[in-house]
Design a protein around this ligand. Structure first.
Ligand code: F6R
Length: 235
Protein backbone atom coordinates (compact mmCIF):
# COMPACT_ATOMS: atom_id res chain seq x y z
CA UNK A 1 0.00 0.00 0.00
CA UNK A 2 1.29 3.41 -0.89
CA UNK A 3 0.73 6.25 1.59
CA UNK A 4 0.58 9.87 0.46
CA UNK A 5 0.30 12.55 3.13
CA UNK A 6 -1.32 15.75 1.95
CA UNK A 7 -1.54 19.13 3.64
CA UNK A 8 -5.27 19.81 3.37
CA UNK A 9 -8.58 19.01 1.66
CA UNK A 10 -7.63 20.97 -1.44
CA UNK A 11 -4.47 18.96 -1.97
CA UNK A 12 -6.40 15.75 -1.27
CA UNK A 13 -8.94 16.73 -3.92
CA UNK A 14 -6.29 17.67 -6.46
CA UNK A 15 -4.18 14.54 -6.02
CA UNK A 16 -6.84 11.86 -5.55
CA UNK A 17 -9.04 13.57 -8.16
CA UNK A 18 -6.04 13.70 -10.48
CA UNK A 19 -5.56 9.94 -10.15
CA UNK A 20 -9.20 9.30 -10.99
CA UNK A 21 -9.03 11.70 -13.94
CA UNK A 22 -5.98 9.85 -15.24
CA UNK A 23 -7.85 6.55 -14.99
CA UNK A 24 -10.83 7.99 -16.90
CA UNK A 25 -8.58 9.39 -19.61
CA UNK A 26 -6.84 6.01 -19.96
CA UNK A 27 -10.17 4.17 -20.18
CA UNK A 28 -13.08 6.47 -21.05
CA UNK A 29 -15.70 3.78 -20.30
CA UNK A 30 -14.15 2.85 -16.95
CA UNK A 31 -16.40 1.51 -14.18
CA UNK A 32 -15.66 3.72 -11.19
CA UNK A 33 -16.52 2.51 -7.71
CA UNK A 34 -17.61 5.54 -5.70
CA UNK A 35 -17.99 6.41 -2.03
CA UNK A 36 -20.05 8.97 -0.15
CA UNK A 37 -19.18 10.68 3.15
CA UNK A 38 -17.36 13.93 3.89
CA UNK A 39 -13.85 12.98 2.77
CA UNK A 40 -14.51 12.38 -0.96
CA UNK A 41 -16.27 15.75 -1.42
CA UNK A 42 -13.08 17.66 -2.41
CA UNK A 43 -12.26 14.80 -4.79
CA UNK A 44 -15.63 15.20 -6.51
CA UNK A 45 -15.10 18.98 -6.59
CA UNK A 46 -11.85 18.45 -8.47
CA UNK A 47 -13.52 16.11 -10.98
CA UNK A 48 -16.21 18.75 -11.59
CA UNK A 49 -13.53 21.42 -12.03
CA UNK A 50 -11.68 19.33 -14.59
CA UNK A 51 -14.93 18.64 -16.45
CA UNK A 52 -15.80 22.36 -16.49
CA UNK A 53 -12.35 23.13 -17.88
CA UNK A 54 -13.02 20.67 -20.70
CA UNK A 55 -10.32 18.29 -19.50
CA UNK A 56 -12.56 15.39 -18.50
CA UNK A 57 -15.37 13.61 -20.31
CA UNK A 58 -17.80 11.42 -18.36
CA UNK A 59 -20.06 10.55 -21.30
CA UNK A 60 -18.98 6.92 -21.34
CA UNK A 61 -18.07 6.49 -17.66
CA UNK A 62 -20.08 4.02 -15.58
CA UNK A 63 -20.25 4.30 -11.79
CA UNK A 64 -21.22 1.88 -9.07
CA UNK A 65 -21.59 3.17 -5.51
CA UNK A 66 -20.46 1.27 -2.49
CA UNK A 67 -23.60 1.49 -0.43
CA UNK A 68 -27.03 2.86 0.40
CA UNK A 69 -29.12 3.08 3.56
CA UNK A 70 -32.02 0.66 3.83
CA UNK A 71 -35.27 2.56 4.23
CA UNK A 72 -34.29 5.83 2.56
CA UNK A 73 -35.88 6.55 -0.82
CA UNK A 74 -33.61 7.88 -3.57
CA UNK A 75 -35.08 11.38 -3.20
CA UNK A 76 -34.41 11.57 0.57
CA UNK A 77 -31.82 14.33 1.13
CA UNK A 78 -29.61 11.93 3.13
CA UNK A 79 -29.80 9.04 0.68
CA UNK A 80 -26.53 8.22 -1.00
CA UNK A 81 -28.19 8.50 -4.41
CA UNK A 82 -29.13 12.07 -3.54
CA UNK A 83 -25.59 12.72 -2.23
CA UNK A 84 -24.06 11.53 -5.50
CA UNK A 85 -26.43 13.61 -7.63
CA UNK A 86 -25.76 16.72 -5.56
CA UNK A 87 -22.00 16.34 -5.18
CA UNK A 88 -21.09 14.96 -8.59
CA UNK A 89 -23.57 13.62 -11.13
CA UNK A 90 -25.66 16.81 -11.51
CA UNK A 91 -22.51 18.77 -12.44
CA UNK A 92 -20.89 16.56 -15.09
CA UNK A 93 -21.89 15.03 -18.43
CA UNK A 94 -22.51 11.55 -17.09
CA UNK A 95 -25.47 9.54 -18.37
CA UNK A 96 -27.40 8.91 -15.14
CA UNK A 97 -28.59 5.57 -16.47
CA UNK A 98 -24.94 4.52 -16.18
CA UNK A 99 -24.79 5.39 -12.48
CA UNK A 100 -25.69 2.65 -10.02
CA UNK A 101 -26.50 2.89 -6.31
CA UNK A 102 -28.19 0.06 -4.38
CA UNK A 103 -31.95 0.54 -3.94
CA UNK A 104 -32.52 1.19 -0.24
CA UNK A 105 -36.27 0.80 -0.69
CA UNK A 106 -36.16 -2.64 -2.30
CA UNK A 107 -38.91 -4.88 -0.86
CA UNK A 108 -36.42 -7.69 -0.52
CA UNK A 109 -32.92 -6.49 0.42
CA UNK A 110 -31.39 -9.93 -0.21
CA UNK A 111 -32.74 -9.96 -3.77
CA UNK A 112 -31.47 -6.39 -4.18
CA UNK A 113 -27.98 -7.55 -3.19
CA UNK A 114 -28.09 -10.24 -5.90
CA UNK A 115 -29.34 -7.69 -8.43
CA UNK A 116 -26.49 -5.34 -7.50
CA UNK A 117 -23.92 -8.11 -7.87
CA UNK A 118 -25.28 -8.74 -11.35
CA UNK A 119 -24.82 -5.02 -12.14
CA UNK A 120 -21.19 -5.15 -10.94
CA UNK A 121 -20.59 -8.28 -13.04
CA UNK A 122 -22.20 -6.74 -16.11
CA UNK A 123 -19.84 -3.76 -15.79
CA UNK A 124 -16.94 -6.22 -15.80
CA UNK A 125 -15.97 -5.38 -12.22
CA UNK A 126 -14.62 -2.08 -10.94
CA UNK A 127 -11.66 -0.39 -12.64
CA UNK A 128 -10.91 2.10 -9.87
CA UNK A 129 -12.52 2.06 -6.44
CA UNK A 130 -12.62 5.21 -4.31
CA UNK A 131 -12.94 4.43 -0.60
CA UNK A 132 -13.27 6.27 2.67
CA UNK A 133 -12.62 4.54 5.99
CA UNK A 134 -14.86 4.44 9.05
CA UNK A 135 -13.62 5.26 12.56
CA UNK A 136 -13.75 1.49 13.21
CA UNK A 137 -11.96 0.61 9.98
CA UNK A 138 -15.05 -0.15 7.92
CA UNK A 139 -14.90 0.07 4.14
CA UNK A 140 -18.19 0.52 2.37
CA UNK A 141 -20.47 -0.58 5.18
CA UNK A 142 -18.46 -3.69 5.91
CA UNK A 143 -18.30 -3.37 9.66
CA UNK A 144 -15.88 -5.26 11.94
CA UNK A 145 -16.92 -8.93 11.82
CA UNK A 146 -15.71 -12.50 12.21
CA UNK A 147 -14.99 -12.91 8.52
CA UNK A 148 -14.51 -10.75 5.44
CA UNK A 149 -17.66 -10.54 3.33
CA UNK A 150 -17.53 -11.49 -0.32
CA UNK A 151 -20.32 -9.95 -2.33
CA UNK A 152 -23.02 -7.30 -1.80
CA UNK A 153 -24.80 -7.76 1.51
CA UNK A 154 -27.44 -6.24 3.76
CA UNK A 155 -25.79 -5.14 6.99
CA UNK A 156 -26.69 -3.81 10.41
CA UNK A 157 -24.54 -0.76 11.02
CA UNK A 158 -22.18 -0.72 13.99
CA UNK A 159 -23.04 1.62 16.87
CA UNK A 160 -19.91 3.68 16.05
CA UNK A 161 -21.17 4.14 12.49
CA UNK A 162 -24.68 5.10 13.57
CA UNK A 163 -23.16 7.65 15.97
CA UNK A 164 -20.85 9.03 13.25
CA UNK A 165 -23.76 9.30 10.79
CA UNK A 166 -26.05 11.02 13.28
CA UNK A 167 -24.59 14.42 12.33
CA UNK A 168 -26.48 14.26 9.03
CA UNK A 169 -29.93 13.66 10.56
CA UNK A 170 -32.29 15.87 12.59
CA UNK A 171 -32.83 13.40 15.40
CA UNK A 172 -31.21 10.13 16.51
CA UNK A 173 -34.36 8.11 15.68
CA UNK A 174 -33.99 9.11 12.02
CA UNK A 175 -30.50 7.62 11.60
CA UNK A 176 -30.74 4.42 9.54
CA UNK A 177 -29.48 1.27 11.23
CA UNK A 178 -29.21 -0.93 8.15
CA UNK A 179 -27.61 -0.59 4.76
CA UNK A 180 -26.79 -2.47 1.59
CA UNK A 181 -23.08 -2.55 0.87
CA UNK A 182 -20.77 -3.96 -1.72
CA UNK A 183 -18.79 -6.79 -0.12
CA UNK A 184 -15.11 -6.80 0.76
CA UNK A 185 -14.60 -9.30 -2.07
CA UNK A 186 -16.15 -6.86 -4.56
CA UNK A 187 -13.86 -4.09 -3.30
CA UNK A 188 -10.79 -6.31 -3.48
CA UNK A 189 -11.67 -7.20 -7.08
CA UNK A 190 -11.20 -3.59 -8.18
CA UNK A 191 -8.09 -3.16 -10.32
CA UNK A 192 -7.00 -0.05 -8.46
CA UNK A 193 -8.03 1.34 -5.06
CA UNK A 194 -7.75 4.92 -3.80
CA UNK A 195 -8.58 5.44 -0.12
CA UNK A 196 -9.02 8.94 1.27
CA UNK A 197 -8.93 9.81 4.97
CA UNK A 198 -9.01 12.91 7.14
CA UNK A 199 -6.59 13.62 10.02
CA UNK A 200 -9.02 12.11 12.55
CA UNK A 201 -8.46 8.71 10.89
CA UNK A 202 -4.69 8.65 11.41
CA UNK A 203 -4.70 5.91 14.02
CA UNK A 204 -7.13 3.60 12.27
CA UNK A 205 -5.32 4.06 8.94
CA UNK A 206 -2.06 3.14 10.66
CA UNK A 207 -3.65 0.01 12.17
CA UNK A 208 -5.18 -0.96 8.82
CA UNK A 209 -1.94 -0.47 6.91
CA UNK A 210 0.57 -1.80 9.40
CA UNK A 211 -1.30 -4.08 11.79
CA UNK A 212 -2.58 -7.62 11.37
CA UNK A 213 -4.95 -8.38 8.50
CA UNK A 214 -8.18 -9.09 10.36
CA UNK A 215 -11.92 -8.78 9.68
CA UNK A 216 -12.04 -6.86 12.96
CA UNK A 217 -10.47 -4.01 11.00
CA UNK A 218 -12.05 -4.53 7.57
CA UNK A 219 -9.71 -2.03 5.82
CA UNK A 220 -6.70 -4.16 6.83
CA UNK A 221 -7.63 -6.54 3.99
CA UNK A 222 -6.32 -3.88 1.59
CA UNK A 223 -2.80 -5.00 2.55
CA UNK A 224 -3.52 -8.00 0.29
CA UNK A 225 -4.34 -5.84 -2.75
CA UNK A 226 -1.54 -4.96 -5.13
CA UNK A 227 -2.57 -1.44 -6.12
CA UNK A 228 -3.79 0.68 -3.20
CA UNK A 229 -2.99 4.35 -2.69
CA UNK A 230 -3.96 5.89 0.65
CA UNK A 231 -4.22 9.66 0.90
CA UNK A 232 -4.33 11.10 4.40
CA UNK A 233 -4.61 14.72 5.40
CA UNK A 234 -1.89 15.81 7.79
CA UNK A 235 -3.11 17.29 11.06
C1 F6R B 1 -19.59 5.76 2.27
C2 F6R B 1 -18.89 4.65 2.88
C3 F6R B 1 -18.22 4.76 4.21
C4 F6R B 1 -17.43 6.06 4.39
C5 F6R B 1 -16.76 6.14 5.75
C6 F6R B 1 -15.99 7.40 5.96
O1 F6R B 1 -20.11 5.40 1.01
O2 F6R B 1 -18.85 3.62 2.30
O3 F6R B 1 -17.38 3.66 4.40
O4 F6R B 1 -16.45 6.11 3.39
O5 F6R B 1 -17.74 6.01 6.75
O6 F6R B 1 -16.84 8.51 5.91
P1 F6R B 1 -16.28 10.01 6.01
O7 F6R B 1 -15.54 10.28 4.77
O8 F6R B 1 -17.53 10.86 6.14
O9 F6R B 1 -15.43 10.05 7.24
Amino acid sequence: MKLIIVRNKEELGARAGGMIAEAINAKPDIALGLATGSTPIPVYRELIRLYEKGELDFSRVRTVNLDEYIGLPANHPQSYRCFMDKNLFDHINIDKSNTYVPDGMAQNPVAECARYDAVIDRLGGVGLQLLGIGPNGHIGFNEPADAFSERTLAVRLAEATITANARFFDKPADVPERAISMGVGDIMNAKKIVLVAGPEKREIVDMAMNGAVTPNIPASVLQNHRDVTVFIIRE
